[in-house]
Design a protein around this ligand. Structure first.
Ligand code: SF4
Length: 368
């Protein structure tokens, strides 16, 4: 059996920061290697969070650089290679070159468990490596397993094996109900998610034991492990829990999530940034660009310098256009209206909730 490495990427975002704290507190025996893939274009708040995690865990967060021998920042190095072609949501060379490839190179061929901070209230899968030696685990979700694993486990042809396995791990009083659920075939009327959630609801730990048993018959990294600490994990953590973990640990919430008041035409509004990652990230919303312009003007000026030869960060307007007074006023007013509309529905105290429409967009490597 090969030794399994346990790794976790810190992006500078709230969810990965909270996950590092959570794993350190709840599973102290897990020897986790923390890492950060630096684009060279992060806000200072990201580095502050990483330092906070280092102090809290007593571990160094490994810095992985995409272009270690270049005299330029990693982003600029690859931008030059791409002839100044700015990345965008349809051409995300930055994620691939600056985050995924360096990470995969760093882990090499070792069997690796990669912990990912996708929350229980999110509906996305996150990064699943194409490399078979990297397996993603999602400790904040009731279902800690990636979809490829549960799909293989619960496919109809595997029903007899799942039943045999449950006999070993489920209590007698639950077994009859579990058998009924397992025996029900996945079909048009009964999808994988329904079957999975029912099994998790009946007995999460028994389900995890069954998955772990199944993995021993595969090439997944956990087939190399004799046990796995998270098999007893029944938690389902949502956004409020994440802020609580960060605040109560003393590490704190990254500064860019804290809302800042502004006034426009006598009306008060609030803005903040919804995600970590490069300060010029094309996934940010217009109001976040305005936040950058007013809260980090030096970074905004740098972002403008990248807009040349017909390339812009946003498809429909340039940064020069977005800061024209009338346009800024309009964006701020629109944000106030939208905030009021969303707040009526959500009644949430967090501005981040109001920016959440876009939160699940984009790159799990950069923003979690
Ligand atoms: S933060 Fe945005 S710009 Fe930076 S690497 Fe990630 S997707 Fe690309």
């Amino acid at each position: 059996m090969k030794k399994v490495r346990h790794v976790m990427g810190i992006s500078g975002g709230k969810d990965s920061g909270a996950l590092a704290i959570y794993l350190f507190d709840k599973y102290p025996r897990l020897d986790i290697e923390y890492y950060f893939t630096d684009t060279g274009k992060e806000l200072q708040e990201t580095y502050d969070l990483i330092r906070g995690i280092e102090v809290y865990t007593g571990k160094i967060v490994a810095r992985i650089e995409a272009a270690p021998n270049s005299h330029e920042d990693p982003f600029d190095h690859f931008l030059n290679l791409f002839g100044g072609f700015l990345p965008g949501s349809n051409a995300r060379w930055c994620t691939k070159k600056l985050k995924l490839e360096p990470f995969e190179k760093w882990v090499g061929e070792d069997p690796v468990i990669s912990y990912v901070g996708i929350r229980g209230d999110e509906n996305r899968e996150g990064y699943i490596s194409t490399k078979s030696n990297i397996q993603s685990i999602f400790p904040f979700r009731k279902n800690i397993w990636s979809e490829d694993v549960t799909r293989k486990l619960l496919k109809n042809t595997n029903i007899p094996n799942v039943l045999n396995s449950y006999v070993k791990f489920a209590s007698i009083d639950k077994l009859s109900r579990i058998k009924d659920v397992v025996n029900e075939h996945i079909s048009e009327n009964h999808n994988l998610a329904e079957k999975l959630n029912t099994l998790l609801d009946i007995d999460t730990e028994a389900f995890n034991q069954v998955v772990f048993d199944f993995l021993k018959t595969t090439d997944y990294p956990l087939s190399n492990a004799t046990d796995f600490e998270l098999l007893d994990n029944e938690d389902n953590l949502v956004r409020d829990d994440i802020f609580k973990i960060l605040r109560e640990s003393g590490v704190g919430v990254p500064g860019y999530y804290e809302k800042v008041e502004y006034e426009v035409n006598g009306e008060k509004g609030e803005y903040a940034r919804s995600r970590s990652g490069c300060f010029f990230c094309f996934f940010q919303q217009k109001i976040e660009w305005i936040w950058l312009y007013e809260q980090h003007p030096e970074k905004f000026a740098l972002a403008i310098e990248y807009e040349k030869d017909g390339y812009t960060w946003m498809q429909d307007e340039s940064l020069q256009d977005i800061i024209k007074p009338a346009r800024m006023t309009q964006i701020k007013e629109d944000n106030i209206k939208r905030t009021q509309r969303v707040a009526q529905n959500k009644k949430s105290p967090y501005l981040i909730d109001l920016l959440e429409d876009a939160e699940e967009e984009g790159c799990a490597s950069c923003f979690i």
